[in-house]
Design a protein around this ligand. Structure first.
Ligand code: PAF
Length: 279
């Protein structure tokens, strides 16, 4: 498995693989890889001849007061995991390679007005821009994203549809720690006490799922989730919402495929979790 840092090097290899008739799966990441990323690679490995993993902490998706500089990085660990998972190539560019003199961004309306988009106004513009670039550079048949970032997944699906990208977007289930906490690179920010407190998110998911088995009233589902979070003194709700699974707009009455999602601060760390109604 090789690691390259320029667009030209990726293109040269992709060109050769395509000439040989090989299919390509792309797993875009920001590194500090964990079992959630490993599950994306495993799925990509099953479905494609070639697996490319991009590792790039994308500056354009971080707001001014967010954790760009502090974002955890461990390239040696990431390389070892990619190699173990059978990846063929890592693309690890520097910001200058991706954004030298860039003036063009990909923006998505409506879907980004809700949930995380409310408190992170430029986040999805940065995600759509970098994912568009990665899809152009690696020209994959399939690209893999985790369901934990449910709004990101919905936005990328819509962007790909709207802009006619010739790629299949594959969503993969949330991977959790044994005690329920959804795997995230940001879990590393949590102190031992906060790590315990963070379990309120997965407990809220369970409470929401239990409520949704008995009612289609979105506010009742939301209330069941909020009650669990509010009982945890270290937790502060950013949002708890029940939204349409495609448009991300709030709903009053849920149907299968809608999304119950939350963002919660545990101390200074903002964590997200969600479940799909009826899944
Ligand atoms: O989900 C992530 O890690 C990032 O948002 C992504 C899709 C790699 C774009 O930088």
């Amino acid at each position: 498995m090789d690691m390259v840092s320029t667009v030209a090097e990726v293109r040269a290899r992709v060109h050769q693989w395509k000439k040989e008739g090989k299919t390509i799966g792309l797993v875009p990441t920001m590194g500090y890889l964990h079992e959630g990323h490993a599950s994306l690679m495993a799925q990509a490995r099953k479905e494609n001849d070639i697996v490319i993993v991009s590792i790039f902490v994308n500056p354009t998706q971080f707001g001014e007061n967010e954790d760009l500089d502090a974002y955890p990085r461990d390239l040696e660990h990431d390389r070892a995991l990619c190699s173990r998972m059978g990846a063929d190539l890592i693309f690890h560019p520097q910001p200058e390679e991706m954004y030298q003199n860039a003036c063009t961004y990909v923006n998505i309306n409506n879907l980004s007005d809700h949930l995380c988009g409310k408190s992170r106004p430029i986040h999805f513009r940065g995600v759509c821009t970098v994912v568009s670039k990665l899809l152009h550079i690696a020209a994959p048949d399939r690209a893999y994203f985790g369901q934990k970032d449910a709004q990101q997944l919905a936005i990328i699906r819509k962007m790909v549809e709207d802009l006619n990208f010739d790629v299949e977007i594959v969503g993969c289930p949330i991977v959790r720690e044994d005690d329920g906490l959804a795997k995230s690179s940001r879990n590393t920010y949590l102190s031992a006490t906060e790590r315990q407190a963070a379990l309120c998110l997965s407990r809220a998911v369970k409470a929401g799922q239990a409520a949704s088995a008995n009612t289609t009233d979105a506010s009742a589902i939301k209330k069941a989730m909020e009650e669990v979070i509010l009982a945890e003194p270290l937790a502060k709700i950013d949002y708890v919402e029940v939204v349409d699974g495609k448009t991300m707009a709030p709903v009053d009455t849920v149907k299968p495929g809608d999304l119950a999602a939350m963002a919660v601060f545990i101390g200074k760390t903002r964590l997200i979790d969600n479940f799909i109604i009826g899944a």
